[in-house]
Design a protein around this ligand. Structure first.
Ligand code: SF4
Length: 370
């Protein structure tokens, strides 16, 4: 049944699935004397698990920890400071996603900068930044490029489009991230003991099932690639518990309609054409070697880091504990500021700003349940 019903969100289907997961989790508890601990890597999973009530339903039997897969949450202060500094220059237009506007830099955020008169624009589609550059030939248009392997291909499309149009006034500040290095970081630091990963469906469309084999071969930990419907997430959790109980370590694809063994070859071609691996700074984790992607030298004219000199201030320490939330060390409600000084109207850290942030998910859907 679990195999065949995974596409549906229907309550009649989900209720027995919840019961099946609870039964399985109890079996785990009896066997190991504790709850199974799984990390949902992706911010979309965090939000979907909270919104649909799955986390709340399972809280007594499964420990679901949010991971570092929200691109807004892991953007470091330095990138925000750099964009604020770039916006100070003459004839500049900064373009970004809406969520990035309130992500804190070391002194202020992009929203503050916009209020003070800087030309900072929120775009619904990043490709619109190329149109902004076309429409404003006398100005430098700089796009803040954040995201994981799902968003990165769009950024390469933008560069291709700017090149085709012969634009001289368009560039991207790349602060993109890759999933594998941060999972390795979490497993290498071993700050949290995990029984498995709920792996992100959309990133896996790009990467493919086989790309996670290192989890099995090098770290002996399982992962289940999962979509975002309630029944898909429940079957993903069920499969993770089942793997633990049988002692089998494997990567399972619970999203086979869209995730193939080797990923999307066309997107891999784009990435190889435009991008090189680089070191990247992550909020709460510092610089993780070879964890990001930057434009290849032949595209330097579209690389804002090469076109402009920006001084980035030292990271400012705050009482926000997003770094620990992102690493799964604490849950949002363990931050002393949660729901008091920090809430969606007045977010102190990016995990409360982002529509995929775990603090925002907890505040919106779970603050009464835990
Ligand atoms: Fe940061 Fe607010 Fe989350 Fe605390 S509740 S970790 S201050 S975003």
């Amino acid at each position: 049944m679990l195999e065949t019903l995974h596409q549906s969100n229907n309550a009649e289907i989900c209720k027995p699935l919840v019961e099946a997961v609870i039964e399985k989790a109890k079996e785990f508890q009896q066997r190991f004397g504790r709850k199974p601990v799984f990390m949902e890597v992706c911010g979309s999973h965090t939000m979907a698990l909270a919104r649909t009530g799955v986390k709340q339903c399972l809280k007594d039997v499964v420990n679901l920890i949010s991971g570092p897969g929200c691109p807004v949450c892991v953007t470091d202060q330095g990138s925000i400071d750099a964009m604020i500094s770039l916006a100070e220059g003459q004839n500049r237009i900064i373009c970004t996603f809406g969520d990035m506007m309130r992500v804190p830099g070391s002194k202020k955020n992009l929203q503050d900068s916009k209020i003070s008169g800087k030309d900072i624009r929120v775009l619904y589609s990043p490709v619109d930044a190329v149109k902004v550059a076309q429409a404003n030939p006398g100005k430098e248009v700089i796009f803040l490029g954040v995201g994981f392997e799902t968003t990165i291909p769009i950024l390469t499309l933008m560069v291709g489009e700017a090149e085709n149009l012969g634009l001289e006034n368009f560039s991207i500040w790349m602060t993109t991230k890759m999933v594998e290095p941060v999972l390795r970081y979490l497993l290498d630091t071993a700050e949290v003991k995990l029984d498995g990963f709920l792996l992100p469906g959309h990133v896996s469309i790009v990467l493919g099932e086989d790309s996670y084999q290192y989890l099995v071969d090098e770290y002996h930990i399982s992962g289940v690639i999962t979509g975002f419907e309630t029944a898909e997430m429940l079957t993903g959790i069920y499969k993770l518990i089942d793997l633990s109980l049988t002692g089998r370590v494997a990567i399972e694809n619970n999203y086979p309609a869209v995730v193939s063994k080797s990923g999307n070859p066309v997107i891999h071609q784009w990435l190889n054409k435009y991008l090189n691996v680089c070191d990247e700074a992550w909020r709460g984790m510092g610089v993780i070697p070879k964890s990001g992607l930057d434009l290849k030298p032949e595209y330097d004219k579209f690389n804002a880091k090469k076109r402009f000199t920006v001084e980035v201030s030292e990271t400012r320490q705050t009482k926000c504990r997003c770094g620990e939330v992102i690493r799964g060390i604490i849950s949002p409600n363990q931050c002393p500021l949660f729901g008091k000084a920090c809430h969606p109207i007045n977010p102190i850290g990016p995990c409360m700003v982002s529509a995929e942030g775990s603090c925002a998910a907890y505040y919106q859907y779970m603050r009464e349940s835990f």
